[in-house]
Design a protein around this ligand. Structure first.
Ligand SMILES: [Zn+2]
Ligand SMILES: [Zn+2]
Length: 122
């Protein structure tokens, strides 16, 4: 099935990259393998992968959505200068207050916005 192949290619690309990619970046990369794929198809597949929890997304400073194939719980730091997205581990203590209140967390999305180390030097 063609649709499955496209989805697999997109997922494999995002998993192979320890980088956060925009839909256009995914499109450019996958097009090398599937030349007739459209940007709309890429968007549709990304939506399906997000829904199934196989990838996650991060909203960058420019409101652009970046996709991440690394789905282990982690925090993101988005640099407002260079727009780079960095991964950081999440400390479980952060959830303690919520758990103590008797709430059950199943999805955690932590995004910090600021200036990265390299950009602070400039
Ligand atoms: Zn930066
Ligand atoms: Zn990430």
């Amino acid at each position: 099935m063609r649709n499955t192949t496209q989805r697999k290619e997109i997922l494999e690309f995002l998993r192979s990259k320890r980088h956060h990619c925009s839909a256009v970046q995914v499109y450019d990369a996958v097009r090398e393998r599937i030349p007739n794929i459209s940007l709309g198809t890429v968007y549709r597949n990304l939506g399906q992968l997000l829904e199934s929890g196989e990838i996650i997304s991060v909203e960058a400073v420019d409101k652009c959505i970046y996709y991440d194939g690394f789905i282990e719980n982690h925090a993101h730091f988005v640099c407002k200068e260079c727009k780079e997205i960095f991964d950081f581990p999440i400390e479980p203590e952060k959830r303690k207050a919520i758990n103590d209140a008797g709430f059950c967390v199943d999805t955690e999305r932590v995004v910090y916005y600021g200036t990265c180390k390299a950009c602070q030097k400039n």
